[in-house]
Design a protein around this ligand. Structure first.
Ligand code: FES
Length: 579
């Protein structure tokens, strides 16, 4: 008996199509009786089921201690029941994950970006090693979504993603306003500079997260979920169905029907992730004013799919796409407000009709994007959440790709227009974020003259893990320090706004010019001409670079030790499989 994976179109002896093309390696004949014995032990009922039923891996990025992910096991249970109802066999497993809001401090955040690679490695490993015929992945927090999709692209078996959904806004009794996770970070700066008292601070922290779900603004999780939805990797509406809503539970049931369609029509991740669908994702991200972390993640997804998206594509798309979403961090509303007016399907319908999105691309439903959203509610002219093209929040997308003497390999800024378009100031240099936070806590960052805070040795290898300078950027906002900018070879949060530049490449650890900046050097961030320059002569820069000595890696052992040796630069997605 031939036990190699079957081709699409092969048939069982009774003429029915073989949908269990990979698990058939184990389940036909008796080459692997031990495997069959274990599968019977796990619940396969009879020989016919063993030989014929497709086995669907259901991977949730579930763990407790983080509202973005703690409800995903429940979603996985619903998917399993629905998969079983389809006459398939669902095998649940889960991966590790970390929360960007919890992985704070000196050590924690260094594991955040790296967790994307571990999620991808984990799902790839289980799917291929266990001979799953298809995969349904259920991510929640930021790095989960690209991690799941990178795994899909590696195993390239029919796959669907179900986003865990957004959290509801919190309510502060004392301030009376809606709260999001960024309210907490920003209030810390306000407390430090005496703008609120401890009672208010405590009330904000106590009420900001009222239940399960990913952060509710257009931060990284919602940005990535929306972008992957428009790429056809989820069912329509996945990115805007609130966590815990009946719509989210229905999506779990519908995903099982859709995985049948993918198996029957042989729709695979590499059929859906194309240069054209990535372009759609970039357009939607720009129109939504999405997170700069999406630059890293879409580059990583493109790399995994062997496509050639470049950092410059983000600038090209931003230049032609207006910001239409009046959603936090720099707008007024949250993802749940967008859900009420039709969610991402209505946005897609609008952008397709405006000629900004390509609606002809295939999706996991077996239909095109345009067909999927045809019945979505049309955006009402009276609503204020998605602006018309004639009255955008800003005429261009927020992501700026900057180059210059400080960033020969590129850097990423998020410019909303509120912060102005150029900034020149004197450098104040910190070799890690904690030094800057210490300066903040001592009241030692004073708004007396234009200052560019430089946080370096925080890149993919140097951090390691390219930690988000979340606290620093939020403190700047909370303290309302308007004549202070921040640049880093690390990342900054999707919730950040203000004059902040990250992803500076090459990073300091690998000898980028950011390594040779000294206190008092003059730096210009120019978002009109997309430049990031150190005002020194070429000779001075070359002289300082020749004198620079590479410091030893901060971590040599364990998972981060492996990571910082393997990881590539931010302008290519900071991936670890660059071989
Ligand atoms: Fe998990 Fe924001 S920290 S989605």
């Amino acid at each position: 008996i031939d036990t190699s994976p079957r081709n699409f179109g092969d048939k069982h002896e009774d003429g029915t199509p073989i949908l269990n093309r990979y698990s058939t390696v184990l389940t036909n004949g008796y080459d692997y009786p031990g495997a069959q014995a274990m599968l019977y032990a796990e619940g396969i009922k009879n020989k016919e089921d063993m030989v014929k039923k497709p086995q669907v891996g259901i991977a949730s990025v579930w763990w407790e201690g983080n509202p973005c992910n703690s409800h995903l096991l429940e979603l996985g249970n619903k998917v399993k029941a629905a998969v079983d109802k389809q006459g398939f066999i669902g095998w649940q497993f889960n991966t590790i994950g970390v929360s960007d809001a919890v992985t704070q401090g000196n050590e924690g955040m260094r594991f955040s970006l790296q967790s994307r690679e571990i999620i991808a490695d984990s799902i790839e490993t289980v799917t291929v090693a266990q001979h799953h015929d298809a995969n349904i992945s259920i991510p929640g927090c930021d790095k989960n979504m690209p991690g799941c999709v990178m795994a899909m692209l590696r195993h390239n078996r029919p796959s669907i993603m179900i986003y865990g959904g957004s959290i509801q806004p919190g309510k502060s009794k004392l301030t009376g306003g809606d709260l999001s996770i960024s309210s907490c970070f920003e209030s810390a700066g306000a407390l430090m500079y005496g703008k609120i008292n401890e009672e208010t601070m405590d009330d904000i922290v106590r009420h900001a997260c009222p239940g399960p779900g990913g952060c509710g603004g257009m931060y990284t999780a919602n940005t990535m979920a929306s972008g992957l939805e428009v790429m056809g990797l989820t069912l329509p509406g996945s990115s805007s169905f609130p966590a815990g809503s009946p719509a989210k539970f229905r999506e779990c049931e519908n995903a099982a029907e859709a995985i049948r369609v993918c198996l029957e029509k042989d729709i695979k991740p590499r059929d859906l992730v194309t240069k054209e669908s990535l372009e759609n994702a970039l357009v939607l991200t720009a129109a939504l004013g999405g997170s700069t972390n999406s630059v890293l993640h879409f580059l990583a997804i493109s790399h995994t799919a062997d496509l050639n998206l470049t950092i410059d594509d983000f600038q090209r798309v931003a230049d032609k796409t207006p910001i239409l979403a009046n959603i936090k961090p720099f707008g007024k509303y949250m993802m749940n407000d967008l859900y009420e007016i039709g969610g991402i399907p209505s946005v897609c319908k609008f952008l397709i009709s405006a000629g900004l999105l390509n609606g002809t691309l295939m999706t996991v439903t077996g239909k095109t994007l345009e067909q999927n959203v045809a019945n979505a509610p049309t955006l009402e002219p009276t609503q204020d959440i998605i602006r018309p093209l004639s009255d955008p929040i800003q005429p261009k997308g927020p992501i700026r790709i900057l180059y210059g003497s400080l960033a020969p390999g590129g850097a990423v800024a998020k410019i909303t227009g509120k912060e102005g378009e150029t900034f020149t100031g004197k450098a104040r240099v910190f070799d890690r974020e904690e030094q800057l936070i210490h300066a903040f806590t001592q009241g030692d960052v004073k708004p007396t003259e234009n200052t560019v805070l430089v946080i370096r040795y925080e890149g993919p290898a140097g951090g390691p893990g390219m930690p988000e300078q979340l606290k620093s950027s939020a403190l700047l906002i909370g303290a309302n320090l308007k004549n202070v900018a921040l640049i880093t070879d690390g990342r900054y949060s999707g919730a950040s706004h203000g004059f902040i530049v990250g992803h500076i490449t090459p990073e300091a650890q690998r000898g980028g010019p950011i390594a040779i900046v000294k206190d008092g050097d003059v730096i210009t961030i120019d978002a009109v001409n997309n430049k990031l320059d150190l005002h020194l002569s070429d000779q001075e820069i070359a002289q300082r670079l020749s004198e620079w000595k590479q410091p030893p890696l901060r971590v040599n052992r364990g998972t981060l030790g492996k990571y910082c040796r393997l990881v590539g630069d931010a302008s290519h997605g900071a991936v670890t499989d660059l071989f």
